[in-house]
Design a protein around this ligand. Structure first.
Ligand code: ADP
Ligand code: CDP
Length: 222
């Protein structure tokens, strides 16, 4: 489906192109490409952009129903979404329900897929060069990325999102292992959930099988 949205390309990342429509709005175009290892592995995957856009739209609309403020405005039914332009916080917020991925690399004492006693929330600096290093809340405050109250709010929203998504997944026979969120501020200084929510940014299992990008990370073809 085509849209009549028009914008000027301002950024091309690993997964999306970002176009500026006006002071308020951006278009995000999901690419038909799968990447892993900070972009070191990359393959064309026709249909993937639409799928990631559709998943993002579905999940952001679900979260809206629960009062989670997010950047989604509209969807063209294909690879593009219209979003509110935000001042992004350059942090990846990761919520984990089970031990997997980079958690196991830094904490090999825990067995893979152990369910945590409570969901873990962690922060990584967005930097491909540095491979998105794990950072502390003090690091974030000292670097002036957010204030403590805003960070507390981010943690609260991330845990609430985890509750909503975990319940939804369980009701569909799926297991939500972990996922990544990004946040930004709108012009009034409100914290807003941004970026995408898709198989690219979350690990979801069905009967122990992956419904996400993990297969590609392990070497399968797109
Ligand atoms: P990356 O930069 O990690 O390669 P993408 O290809 O997904 O990622 O590019 C999308 C970019 O848009 C990211 O830098 C992300 O932080 C940014 N972004 C996401 N949502 C918004 C928003 N609402 N306003 C401004 N920037 C956003
Ligand atoms: O993916 P990897 O094992 O390298 O890292 P992780 O820290 O275990 O990832 C936790 C979750 O965040 C997974 O669901 C990833 O898909 C997601 N993630 C992401 O979307 N973007 C990143 N740059 C890193 C992780």
């Amino acid at each position: 489906m085509a849209s009549n949205w028009v914008g000027e390309l301002i950024y091309e990342g690993k997964a999306k192109r970002v176009y500026r429509v006006n002071d308020e709005l951006l278009i995000m175009e999901f690419k038909d490409e799968v990447t892993a290892f900070d972009g070191a592995r990359k393959e064309r995957a026709p249909g993937k952009g639409r799928l990631a856009a559709a998943q993002t739209v579905f999940l952001m609309r679900l979260l809206s129903k629960y009062g989670i403020r997010n950047h989604l405005v509209d969807w063209d039914g294909d690879r593009k979404i219209l979003v509110r332009g935000l001042r992004m916080i350059p942090i990846e917020v990761i919520v984990r329900n089970y031990a997997y991925g980079s958690f196991l690399k830094r904490m090999p004492l825990v067995k893979p897929m152990t369910r945590f006693s409570k969901p873990l929330v962690e922060f990584h600096l967005k930097s491909d060069e540095l491979h998105d290093p794990l950072i502390t809340t003090d690091d974030i405050i000292e670097a002036g990325l957010t204030r403590q109250e805003q960070l507390n709010e981010i943690m609260g929203i991330a845990l609430r999102i985890n509750e909503i998504l975990s319940n939804y997944m369980v009701s569909r026979g799926l297991t939500l292992v972990d996922f990544k969120l990004e946040f930004g501020f709108d012009k009034s200084g409100n914290l807003v959930l941004a970026d995408e929510m898709s198989g690219d940014t979350m690990r979801i299992l069905i009967n122990g099988r992956h419904l996400d990008k993990e297969l590609f990370r392990r070497g399968a073809s797109a």
